[in-house]
Design a binder for this molecule. Structure first.
Ligand code: UDX
Ligand code: ADP
Length: 450
């Protein structure tokens, strides 16, 4: 029998993941619940004004919403009636007390565990989707099974999707990982979870491990990816100082099959909800087990990342005759990467704040992220939000391209040049523009790692 699924947390992970699970498992009822009423209303909106922007998501939701995918705030009914509970609530970095700035804040997650226990009327499989520190499943298992008449089996099924490509990543994952306890109940629960994915993912791509390994794998995978970005950004600084070209260096490094070409793009540093949080979690874990050298090693990945944004602003200010006070600087792109409206940990916010400290006037534009940008930059002086690139650039002294939205390449750069104050400068922090052409037009051009 196909078991029904509920997912607690209708965010960037819960929404898209459950939409694809529902699409590929038409025989299962999938309910996504959240305490945030506005968010659920948006998922249910008649004109499909979804709270998450992802290429391809709308198409999937149109097919399954109301068929076998439902969004609700009624957590009690959903938990009572399902067999499998996915937990996709947020686990931000702790901002208070022990481990502040490093460890995960588990209050939402623990509240969820207690909700599941309170509402359950039978045995359940509970699947962690949120990134959690290693051994959290044990804590969840302890809360759930303490004096309970029902049996809860806790699995870890970390999500590896990247924003902007979430639907593709879900439809064609490199791998799906399910970690579970190595006993009869555990093995049966793992098989149940595997069967959800096996309806579209080839079996050989569904990997099973112990629970701890699965939890640690998620942290380690993100730390390795973040480390590659910091490594290439560290080389970019050296390229700028010495006259080498970081894109050339990356191309040749990546041609070594042992290294591979992906995640070698120098830029303004990594953003997004996962990398920094997961690396800091790893740092905290290493520290807690007395592995200070390992902790320091991983901490370097985050420090390098923060340094990258400071370097961008210093170079810009230097090029603008050591002062940007009262100069208008247009930020093209506020999301942490293209094809998303997500601005969590975005390097653009740091750059905007650093420029505000220099008393610059900052014009922010982004095709999807302006509502989030308004919230993130509330109270930052000298910031205005613009409807499009031409408006942001008009009268500006410089443009700093922060996000590699594809259409930036095809803008009318002659028109932009005409509308700017001279000398007009473009800082391409993603190396995604035709920099030679910009120079021909008359721009002064700064690039990352060149
Ligand atoms: C990441 C992981 O890729 C994903 O597996 C995990 O589940 C969540 O975290 P995401 O944060 O959505 O996904 O985006 P990703 O494409 O990994 O980019 C992260 C950041 O690194 C972005 O700010 C991006 O601009 C930056 N980046 C990435 C680079 O600067 N250079 C690169 O070569 C690649
Ligand atoms: P992620 O990127 O991990 O998906 P989000 O912040 O986008 O994170 O989504 C997490 C969602 O979880 C939010 O919409 C939040 O309202 C929801 N949430 C947090 N705690 C609870 C809870 N106890 N019950 C239900 N939903 C919750």
């Amino acid at each position: 029998m196909n078991k029904d699924i509920v997912c607690i947390g209708a965010g960037y992970i819960g929404g898209p993941t459950m939409a694809v699970i529902a699409l590929k498992n038409p025989g299962r009822r999938v309910v996504v619940v959240d305490i945030n009423e506005a968010r659920i209303a948006a998922w249910n909106s008649p004109d499909f004004d979804l709270p998450v922007y992802e290429p391809g998501l709308l198409d999937v939701v149109r097919q399954v919403r109301g068929r076998n995918l439902f969004f609700s705030t009624d957590i009690e009914t959903a938990v009572r009636e399902c067999d499998i509970v996915f937990v996709g609530v947020n686990t931000p970095t702790k901002s208070f007390g022990r481990g502040a700035g490093m460890a995960s804040d588990l209050q939402y997650w623990e509240a969820t565990a207690r909700e599941i226990k309170r509402f359950a009327r039978g045995d359940k499989i509970v699947v962690e989707k949120s990134t959690l520190p290693v051994r959290t499943a044990a804590a969840m298992e302890a809360i759930l099974n303490d004096h309970s008449e029902h049996k809860f089996t806790v699995l870890s099924n970390p999500e590896f999707l990247a924003e902007g490509t979430a639907i593709r990543d879900l439809l064609e994952p490199d791998r799906v990982l399910v970690g579970g306890p190595d006993d009869a109940d555990g093995r049966a629960a793992v098989e149940e979870c595997v069967s959800i994915y096996a309806s579209w993912v080839p079996r050989e791509r569904i990997l099973t491990t112990g629970v701890w390994s699965a939890e640690l794998t998620k942290l380690a995978a993100n730390a390795f990816l973040a480390q590659r970005v910091s490594s290439i950004n560290a080389i970019a600084g050296l390229c700028e100082a010495t006259g080498a070209d970081v894109d050339e260096v990356a191309r040749v490094i990546g041609a070594d099959r042992r290294i591979g070409p992906k995640f070698l793009k120098a830029g303004p540093g990594f953003g997004g909800s996962c990398f920094k949080k997961d690396v800091l979690n790893l740092v905290y874990l290493c520290e807690s087990f007395g592995l200070h050298t390992a902790a320091e090693y991983w901490h370097g990945v985050v420090k390098m990342n923060e340094h990258q944004q400071e370097r961008i602003v210093s170079r810009l200010v230097k090029q603008m005759f050591n002062t940007v006070a009262n100069k208008k600087i247009a930020l093209f792109g506020f999301a942490f990467k293209a094809d998303t409206g997500d601005t969590r940990e975005t390097p653009s916010a740091t750059v905007a704040k650093l420029l505000a400290e220099e008393h610059a006037r900052i014009a922010v534009t982004d095709p999807k992220a302006i509502p989030n940008a308004r919230r993130d930059l509330e109270g930052v002086p000298g910031v205005e939000f613009c409807d499009g690139e031409y408006e942001a650039a008009a009268g500006a002294d410089a443009i700093v391209l922060m996000t590699d939205w594809r259409h930036y390449k095809d803008l009318d750069w002659n028109r932009i040049f005409e509308s700017m104050r001279k000398p007009a400068l473009v800082f391409d922090t993603r190396n995604c523009l035709d920099q030679a052409r910009l120079r021909e037009i008359g721009f002064r051009v700064l690039a990352i790692g060149k």
